[in-house]
Design a protein around this ligand. Structure first.
Ligand SMILES: [Zn+2]
Ligand SMILES: [Zn+2]
Length: 949
């Protein structure tokens, strides 16, 4: 039979099938009914150079959970996907690729990569801009779609028909428009300032792209003699080679030691240049000797000083980090060679006073790790202070809510301290800055199209600006440029502001802050109403994952091995806001086991369902038809339900509510835990077992029994709750349930057979039935809340568990004993009597008799609780010796475990460092172990007493 449900759960066949089907059906395209409430998130665009890593996997899992949850709450959801052109990263990769083709024989590794890059850079200059850009586009064509394919396979519920790229023609037009408007308003300017320069990449980079590394260094003390021959001043520096560019020595104006030196001249050693001693408040009298060298062309603070004191700026290091002509005898040397030679020469001349060890914070290039050089360079800048104002206010006023809360302060601090942004890059791949220069008259022309002639002198030989914009300039426009801005499109009106943005902390300033500034500037509204900053995925010891440590988990490998659903669930249940995630393969294994559990429960239900008469299928399908406002229609007649049904429906609404609340607060871990516990420990362990006889009974009569209706509803609801976390397995099982569309075509929808694609106009009528992810109805039904039934059911569970424990402790697993249950309250006795058959079945007892007498808890063989006590009778003699030795072994084991847990709870380091819920978990374990141990000790005591009786 081809409709048989496979015994083994195999994500490797289910997942690719549904992934393809969802994309092919364009399932996640929002409707065009503007009246419906919408929910929108634009993806943090991955780089086209990227391949999916664990960070993406977490980010996309969290986003997808929320998108599916909002969609299933009845909203019209848009998750807009796209990719970023990644100017510098792409250019480096293409250069490296060119190098690799020229030098194919190098042994792959770091040194080969460096050689390829050098060669590729040379060839790029040789072939010229247009040819190189053609290669970049070709590379993008061939490799830029990797992430998209991976995301499709992992089931990301994006609207792929709206896929965007930051260098699409329409998007580029938005970038130009923003540049022109900001320039016209004077918010973009060109100037020669100190920038962070990467000599390897040959471009300026912004402050945010500087990676500061702590390295051991030195402080060199150098004597600068006075011009008049009367002694010298000693300055301390960490970079002696830059002294060649000194144009002054500065001291603090309040520093008495140097009072008489002010206004006099010094002779710069090695170059014999005459330079003044100046006074400036910036100088810290406690650093070194209190006198510092001033190098305006190679230090931004010194540059500022040169503006205040009108000092010349001598550039001694060029863009390739080589010494310039100004460096005199050191010209042509690399900056680090020059350092050695300068120190050597100073020592020879007796001008090096001493050298001290001194730890340095060295700025390196985020992309290539080269030590950056502060250089004077003509660049384009964006004035940030004016743009920051509104972006600060919207966060202060709560128009954008940032979670976790602590990032709000970090954001506001940074924004209050913002510097102008260097937006030009000396690269070719990217948005060329829309500027032309007239060298004849000095006119600067800014516009959307190349001008034919200079508007000032009418000459036509204009020179285009060669620089491109920082990649983050274009991504800052992402929330509105992806929706059609600057045109007034329907999408822009409907989906701006976006509702939510999720990103890692590492790009909060690169991207998050700039999106807020640009959104306020060009849309006059926030780009998104909520900003959630997700944590990092680390290894099981909470170490950062890195290639050198060898602890990197590849998301594609593990989803291949365990299934996407298991990986998603493992991530979600670990994702507490503000806490980095300790991730391991073992963790995924246990959620793979959860997926198996779901599969087996589903299989049990569906197999029994298949044995039902055809007519019942139709009635079940009708009963499963959702009533959007109420949940299931039949929950309306709650009063007629059996205890287990009242209990499970009450739990269902409580769990649904908790999941809703947790997801609204980004507490993915709480939501996942609720769903997990509900499915495994309530539905599988209790509800299914409870109703089993009615489900497996031979069908009779014309009407489907209520037990079936209730079970089908509970199961379908559980699939709904699980779906945002585990979209594939839930879709597969849901598709096999009887549908109102008729059970006949049920089987054509399951995996392995082609999913029929509806016609465009057919979609509207059918869409609610096409996928579990599109079914929208409220699970939280206030009327199902039933604390009385929950209480009664808990007592039944308690009795059954007590009976099971008694059997186990007495070594009676293989027999069906009898017991007496004493309970003083009539209403509980009646409850027990009414469910006698179920109690006997689930506890495997022969018979129970009930009494209102109090069974003395201290009497031999009696186990008591606050509400009932029980005494077990058995005919089969217990093997006392075997039982005692089993109990003793158990006791030793428990004592050992308890000691370990207690030691952990006394460990101050553990207590101070472990997250609160971990500590709570260990405390809970201690209570459990102690309780269990107490029971074992009691049993052991009873054995001793029994023998004495
Ligand atoms: Zn670099
Ligand atoms: Zn001109």
């Amino acid at each position: 039979m081809d409709n048989e449900i496979p015994k083994v759960y195999s994500p490797e066949t289910i997942e690719p099938h549904w992934a393809r089907s969802w994309v092919a059906q364009k399932l996640y395209r929002p409707s065009d009914e503007p009246a419906r409430r919408r929910f929108c998130l634009v993806i943090p665009p991955p780089n086209i150079t990227g391949s999916l890593h664990m960070g993406h996997m977490l980010e996309h899992t969290e986003i997808d959970i929320l998108m599916r949850w909002h969609r299933m709450s009845g909203k019209d959801v848009l998750w807009l996907p796209g990719t970023d052109h990644a100017s510098i990263a792409t250019q480096l990769i293409v250069e490296q690729e060119i190098g690799r083709q020229v030098l194919p024989d190098l042994e792959p590794g770091a040194s080969a990569r460096a050689a390829w890059r050098r060669e590729g850079q040379r060839r790029r200059v040789e072939m010229g801009r247009e040819n190189f850009l053609e290669l970049c586009w070709k590379w993008k064509e061939q490799n830029g779609g990797t992430i998209r394919r991976q995301m499709e396979r992992l089931g990301a519920s994006c609207d792929w028909t709206r896929d965007r790229f930051t260098m699409d023609p329409a998007y580029s037009r938005a970038v130009q428009e923003v540049f022109v408007r900001l320039y016209t308003e004077g918010l973009i300017y060109r100037g020669k300032y100190i920038v962070n320069w990467c000599p390897r990449c040959g471009t300026a980079v912004s402050d945010l792209e500087v990676v500061h590394e702590e390295r051991p260094g030195h402080l060199w003390y150098i004597r600068y003699p006075f011009e008049d021959g009367s002694g010298s001043i000693t300055v301390a520096t960490t970079r002696p080679e830059t002294m060649l560019g000194d144009t002054a020595v500065a001291v603090n104006p309040g520093d008495q030691r140097y009072r008489s030196a002010l206004g006099r001249n010094l002779v710069l050693p090695l170059l014999e240049r005459v330079i003044p001693v100046i006074a400036d408040d910036f100088v810290d009298p406690k650093f070194g000797t209190g006198a510092v060298k001033v190098t305006p062309a190679h230090d931004s603070n010194d540059y500022d000083m040169s503006v205040r004191h009108n000092l010349p700026r001598v550039e001694v290091i060029d863009t390739s980090a080589t010494m310039t002509d100004e460096a005199g005898p050191y010209r042509g040397l690399d900056r680090f060679e020059a350092r050695e030679k300068v120190v050597h020469d100073l020592r020879e001349q007796g001008l090096l006073e001493k050298i001290e060890d001194y730890p340095l914070s060295v700025g390196t290039c985020q992309r290539c790790k080269t030590v950056l050089e502060p250089l004077l360079s003509a660049q384009w800048f964006m004035k940030m202070q004016e743009l920051a104002g509104p972006a600060i206010r919207v966060v202060e006023e709560g128009r954008i809510r940032i979670t976790p809360e602590n990032y709000r302060k970090i954001y506001l601090d940074w924004m209050g301290n913002i510097h102008d942004w260097c937006i030009s890059r000396q690269l070719w791949w990217g948005h060329r800055i829309p500027v032309w220069y007239c060298d004849a008259c000095g006119e600067v022309i800014v516009g959307h199209v190349a001008p034919l002639a200079c508007p000032n002198c009418e000459l036509s030989s204009l020179r285009p600006e060669m620089d491109v914009l920082d990649t983050w300039f274009s991504s800052a426009l992402w929330p509105f440029a992806t929706l059609g801005w600057p045109d007034d499109t329907a999408d822009l009106r409907r989906f701006y502001p976006n509702d939510l943005m999720i990103m890692g902390f590492d790009i909060l300033f690169f991207w998050g802050a700039r999106m807020i500034m640009m959104g306020m500037k060009f849309m006059n509204d926030v780009p998104f109403r909520e900003l959630y900053i997700h944590a990092l995925v680390r290894d099981a010891e909470k170490q950062k994952m890195s290639k050198t440590k060898g602890n990197v988990i590849d998301p594609l490998e593990i989803t291949e091995k365990f299934g996407t659903d298991a990986v998603r669930f493992a991530l979600a249940i670990s994702a507490a806001p503000g806490t980095d995630i300790a991730f391991s393969v073992e963790k995924i294994e246990s959620y793979r086991a959860f997926a198996n559990k779901i599969w087996n429960a589903g299989r049990f239900i569906l197999m029994n369902l298949q044995n039902l008469p055809e007519a019942w299928h139709g009635q079940l399908a009708e009963a499963l038809r959702p009533v959007p406002e109420l949940g299931f229609s039949a929950v309306a007649s709650l009063e007629s339900l059996a205890l287990a049904d009242r209990w499970i429906f009450s739990r269902l609404q409580a769990v649904s509510r908790k999941v809703d609340e947790a997801l609204a607060g980004f507490r993915f871990h709480e939501a996942a835990y609720e769903v997990y516990h509900f499915f495994w420990h309530e539905i599988c362990d209790w509800y299914l077992e409870w109703v089993k006889p009615e489900i497996t009974r031979r069908p009779e009569g014309a009407k489907v029994p209520p037990a079936w209706i209730n079970l089908a509803r509970v199961f379908e609801s559980a699939l709904h709750l699980l779906h945002p976390f585990m979209p594939f397995i839930t879709e597969e099982l849901w598709q096999r349930l009887p549908r109102a569309g008729g059970s006949a075509d049920l089987l054509s929808k399951v995996s392995g057979s082609a999913v029929p694609l509806p016609s465009e106009e057919g979609i509207k009528g059918w869409w609610r039935e096409r996928s579990i992810s599109l079914t929208a109805f409220k699970l939280v039904n206030e009327r199902a809340a039933d604390p009385v039934s929950e209480n009664q059911f808990a007592l039944m569970q308690d009795l059954i568990v007590s009976l099971r424990n008694a059997k186990a402790e007495m070594g009676l697993q293989k027999v069906k004993p009898s017991a007496q249950v004493g309970c003083e309250e009539l209403r509980w006795l009646e409850l027990f009597r009414a469910h006698l058959e179920t109690i006997l079945r689930l506890s495997t007892f022969q018979a129970l008799n009930f009494t209102r007498e109090r069974l003395e808890a201290t009497a031999p063989g009696v186990r008591g609780g606050p509400i009932f006590a029980l005494r077990v009778f058995h005919e089969q003699p217990v093997d006392q010796e075997a039982e005692r030795s089993r109990l003793r072994k158990e006791k030793e084991k428990l004592e050992h475990e308890l000691a370990k847990v207690e030691a952990q709870l006394e460990n101050q380091e553990f207590l101070s460092r472990a997250p609160r819920e971990v500590v709570r978990g260990v405390e809970h374990r201690r209570t459990e172990l102690a309780g269990h141990l107490r029971k074992i000790l009691e049993s052991l005591e009873r054995f001793t007493e029994d023998r004495s009786v």
